[in-house]
Design a protein around this ligand. Structure first.
Ligand SMILES: [Zn+2]
Ligand SMILES: [Zn+2]
Length: 454
């Protein structure tokens, strides 16, 4: 995977991620996707009987079945009686009726056939990696292959003969196998903490949030300020615990709010430290409305997280506009993610603008976007820096949730004429920030209740 690290201005306050050398990942264009016709297992069994005189019997099992009773074949709908456990309980199944192999992750894709966009031949599944399968065009007459082969120098051809794996001459497609269906409304299971059980009054809690989140103070500074200005004794660990409890309560509202985004969306990754290791935050941002639409955290700058980030963003649209274009820097993971969504018939354009988030020059057209991304990163880093990183992954998610709540609902934005990006009637008339936090928390709790009763 391509990792160009250290793209933001150097900071003396904490050490920077190191530049890792990497091999450039080449992403080929989308394959042609054909849909298999759905088969009917009853008809197939009957046809087989007619043709050969043999009835396909259900699987005879010597030991109790490890195939769940609820699972059916994705291609022919055969019930679990006809399904073999192909890998001894590790989740790969084989249908006795249509010979389709499948698992939970690729279940939805089993009706798809991938063909080379250059020669139209069906791609051969080549390798299985952790998160994806590689499909390759093995047609020796494929124009893609022939062009690449003919453009090699004599010296390269010698190297190719010695080490064919160092060269990529064939068209390939990476089919991502991850365990979720795009745009499926994920059941929000708020891992809530009952705030009334915290040994702190709502007013004190709201003051703490204001200092810790809005003013970007560290937990220690917040605790000191509470003690020395307000005469309230609270430890810095309590500040973190309170912040975490509030984050869990407001996350469902922040993530499921009907933002109705504009069509102008851009994204960028930034760094945070979790347990001393650099992690990435995948921000995707509505450049017009100044709303953060997704913010997953991951130890890797990988396609799976890019897919997650895009899914969070796309699910915020009531209807995905036909001309939706998302703008990212040159990282190929977003192109791979785009291909993943296309497998499910979800289409959008991705424009890659080199230089969007680092020091390279960028064209006139995208300079405003670059400034917007830099401003978001600056705001985030001002809040993040005093934390000195997080000692748990959940802690980083809580911090980001509070940051996004603040950024989207509480922070006045100069380019929005001093308005907050998402104006909530309930908050706009309130006199100060602690009062707004209090109402935002109440609204979040009310939202969770409606979800639980729905
Ligand atoms: Zn089948
Ligand atoms: Zn081909």
């Amino acid at each position: 995977m391509c990792c160009v690290l250290g793209k933001h201005s150097p900071r003396k306050y904490y050490d920077e991620p190191v530049k890792k050398p990497c091999r450039k990942l080449v992403v080929d264009e989308m394959p042609i996707i054909k849909t298999f016709e759905k088969l009917d297992y009853k008809k197939r069994i009957a046809d087989q009987l007619k043709a050969t005189g043999n009835l396909i019997p259900p699987v005879r099992r010597r030991i109790p079945s490890t195939v769940p009773e609820t699972i059916t074949c994705p291609r022919c709908n055969a019930p679990h009686d006809y399904l073999y456990d192909n890998t001894g309980g590790r989740g790969q199944y084989l249908c006795k009726v249509c010979e389709c192999t499948f698992n939970k992750k690729n279940y939805y894709l089993k009706n798809l056939l991938f063909c080379c966009p250059h020669c139209g031949k069906v791609l051969t599944q080549q390798k299985q990696r952790k998160d994806f399968n590689i499909h390759k065009c093995k047609n020796p007459k494929c124009p893609y292959y022939l062009t690449k082969l003919n453009s090699m120098s004599a010296e390269e051809k010698l190297r190719y003969e010695a080490n064919p794996h160092d060269f990529k001459l064939h068209y390939i497609y990476r089919e991502f196998n991850i365990d979720f269906e795009p745009l499926a409304k994920q059941a929000s299971q708020p891992n809530t903490v009952n705030l009334s059980r915290l040994s702190v009054s709502p007013h004190i809690l709201d003051l703490i949030l204001t200092y810790y989140v809005n003013f970007g103070m560290s937990s220690r500074q917040t605790a000191a300020l509470m003690r020395e200005v307000h005469g309230v004794s609270v430890s810095h660990q309590s500040v973190l615990n309170y912040a975490d409890a509030v984050a869990r309560n407001i996350k469902p509202l922040i993530d499921n709010y009907k933002y109705s985004p504009s069509g102008s969306i851009c994204g960028d990754e930034t760094y945070i430290k979790v347990n001393g290791k650099w992690h990435y935050v995948f921000f995707i941002f509505d450049a017009v409305k100044k709303i953060i639409l997704s913010y997953p955290v991951s130890p890797n700058r990988d396609t799976v997280t890019a897919i997650k980030a895009l899914d969070d963003t796309l699910s915020k649209f009531e209807n995905i506009p036909d001309d939706l274009t998302l703008i990212f820097d040159g990282n190929p993971i977003y192109i791979l993610a785009q291909h993943y969504f296309a497998q499910y018939g979800i289409h959008f354009d991705i424009k890659q603008v080199i230089g969007l988030s680092n020091d390279d020059p960028v064209s006139e057209e995208y300079r405003p976007l670059k400034q917007i991304i830099e401003r978001l990163n600056r705001t985030f880093n001002r809040d993040y820096r005093p934390t000195n990183g997080f000692n748990s992954f959940d802690g980083s998610v809580s911090f980001l949730t509070l940051f996004v709540a603040y950024f989207n609902f509480l922070r006045p934005h100069s380019t929005l004429e001093g308005k907050v990006p998402v104006v909530l009637e309930e908050l706009s008339t309130l006199p100060n920030m602690p009062a707004r936090w209090q109402i935002l928390i109440k609204m979040s709790q009310a939202y969770i209740k409606t979800q639980q009763t729905a």
